[in-house]
Design a protein around this ligand. Structure first.
Ligand code: ADP
Ligand code: MG
Length: 537
């Protein structure tokens, strides 16, 4: 008995082919959308009950996902708030449809669907990406509500009838299209559920098992958690990674809402940790692990989760960059990370130094990229000299002040990019009471520029640069046995042998530094830059 047939009124004749085509690579999100709706419906009922507006039995609330290979159906069921026939017309025919239409209108010309964060806004209608027909069988929580059934085949025509349904709640039944039968598979469905639904706040059952942790660690109060809790949660997220060094629990609700835990992974010098990414959630629903723009670039190497309903998810990347909330979130994360590092530095300097190798790259990257981060970090940033001793920026300048100044009283910081190969130079200056920093990491070239810009009256020179001879304190140096003419000869021999016009050769003392070969600092840097930019040296 058909009660009502109708036409959904939309501008676009038929949006489903568009949805299907342009979200081609991301069809699996239909399940995230349907399960999220089921969770929403469940939480709405819980909310009504807590306000005393629903007095019935809540029962053991959960969401069930099931499939039937022979019947070619996937069913998502909840015992939530349910819908009356009137509500279906309002929420499904109008709201869901207009949401999806708006979404498609906005993005159908954008081409690259990967540009859109999370594909939010598509909602219920994303089910037509995999189904040729969708059925809703639902019974409202309201007393005496008549169960209703809605069917739509993906055109703008729909049908509503009364239905048989004893229990409160909603079943969404997808009749899976022939080109989407890959989803009628236990392994595939479990994989999608584990990806998107792993931390949803209401139990989700699939094949008799609950697949989710309804109260993940980031939703809890930091005061209630132990180190063990953080470490075991990390293991859950990254089963193969070594234990993290430490973590920052993010928790803010004004002016935006954001929770999360960021972990500092143990880093090998050649950073091979790109593959484990920070995961972005919205109300415990997994969205993406492409967190570019939300997390400051220099912290993208961290691990962990960020959960915020205030990050706009149905927008393109360029829109996201310009979003004021996203900018604030980005700034907040950067601030929290700097604060945490400062705290650790103050609490136990020795322990901090022991871990510093792994933090070094984050801190330097941040100081180069972000002036505010530089200012927040300058008190705990550590420099290491060739002896393995650590100094803060201030300590180091104090340490070398007595010896390492040029004529204009500019402080000269010497560094080595390769302690083994530059050993002769290092020894040479150390013998004269100078100190040499070890700056041999991948980003130190840029970090040195930042230091020169930020530190006042400081010049930073590689230990084999041409400033070295100007620094050398002639007083402590052995008297050269060579005459000036001899020195010229030695120079000539070396110049010929080296056949390079860009280096300086200076003959000194046979029993100390017999010959000093240096390259002007600016030329060396140009070469380093060229090499860095892949232009060859
Ligand atoms: P959104 O979830 O963003 O509101 P959707 O397109 O996913 O958009 O869903 C549209 C509306 O349909 C929801 O707002 C809700 O009112 C209704 N709805 C969808 N699924 C369910 C469900 N399982 N139970 C009750 N209402 C639902
Ligand atoms: Mg939804």
């Amino acid at each position: 008995m058909v009660e009502e047939k109708g036409t959904i009124s939309v501008h676009t004749e038929n949006i489903f082919p568009i949805i299907k085509k342009f979200l081609y690579s991301d069809h699996e999100i239909f399940l995230r959308e349907l399960v999220s709706n089921a969770i929403d419906a469940t939480q709405k009922l819980q909310k009504l009950a807590s306000m005393g507006e629903f007095q019935g039995e809540l029962g053991e609330l959960k969401v069930k996902v099931a499939f039937d290979k022979d019947a070619k159906t996937i069913t998502v069921s909840d015992q939530g708030i349910g819908m009356t026939a009137e509500e279906i017309k309002k929420y499904i025919n109008q709201i869901a449809f207009s949401g999806a239409t708006e979404f498609v209108e906005k993005y159908k010309d954008k081409g690259d669907d990967k540009q859109i964060i999370g594909h939010f806004g598509l909602g219920f209608y994303s089910s037509f990406m995999v189904a040729e027909k969708v059925e809703i069988v639902t019974r409202s929580h309201q007393d005496g509500a008549e169960p209703a059934r809605w069917v739509c085949d993906g055109s703008t025509e729909f049908e509503i009838t009364t239905a048989e349904k004893a229990e409160r709640g909603t079943d969404i039944i997808l009749h899976v299209a022939d080109d989407s039968t890959e989803f009628l598979d236990s392994w595939r469905l479990r994989q999608i559920l584990e990806k998107y639904c792993r931390f949803l706040p209401v139990p989700v059952e699939f094949e008799e098992k609950i697949i989710n942790d309804t109260a993940p660690l980031w939703t809890k109060a930091p005061a209630d958690l132990t180190d063990e809790d953080y470490l075991s949660f990390y293991k859950k997220l990254y089963p193969t990674a070594a234990d993290p060094l430490f973590w920052v629990h993010l928790n803010v609700d004004y002016p935006f809402n954001l929770t999360g835990i960021l972990y500092f992974p143990k880093v090998a010098k050649d950073f091979e940790m790109h593959r484990d990414k920070i995961q972005l959630y919205s109300r415990q629903v997994f969205i993406t692990d492409e967190v570019k723009d939300v997390v400051p670039e220099f912290l993208m190497l961290l691990h962990g989760v960020i959960d915020s309903p205030d990050i706009p998810l149905n927008v393109s990347r360029s829109f996201l960059q310009a979003d004021s909330n996203v900018k604030k979130i980005n700034g907040y994360i950067s601030k929290k990370v700097a604060e945490k590092l400062h705290e650790l530095f103050k609490a136990d300097r020795k322990a901090f130094e022991e871990k510093y190798d792994s933090i070094d790259v984050f801190v330097k990257y941040g100081m180069i990229a972000d002036d505010k981060f530089y200012d927040r970090s300058k008190a705990f940033t550590l420099l290491q000299n060739t002896e393995g001793k650590y100094f803060t920026l201030d300590e180091y300048q104090e340490h070398i002040k007595a010896n390492q100044q040029d004529k204009d009283e500019t402080l000269v910081i010497l560094y080595t990019t390769d302690p083994a190969r530059q050993d002769t130079y290092i020894q040479g200056v150390r013998d004269r009471g100078y100190d040499v920093l070890k700056l041999d990491g991948v980003i130190d070239n840029h970090f040195i520029n930042t230091l020169e810009q930020k530190l006042e009256k400081v010049s930073v020179r590689r230990v084999d640069s041409d400033t070295l001879d100007k620094l050398i304190d002639k007083g402590t140096q052995a008297e050269s046995v060579l005459s000036d003419a001899d020195k010229e000869k030695v120079k000539e021999v070396f110049n010929q042998a080296l056949d390079r016009k860009d280096v300086n050769v200076e003959a000194l003392s046979p029993d100390d530094l017999p010959v000093l070969i240096t390259l002007p600092e600016f030329m060396r840097r140009m070469k380093d830059m060229a090499r860095y930019n892949g232009m060859g040296a």
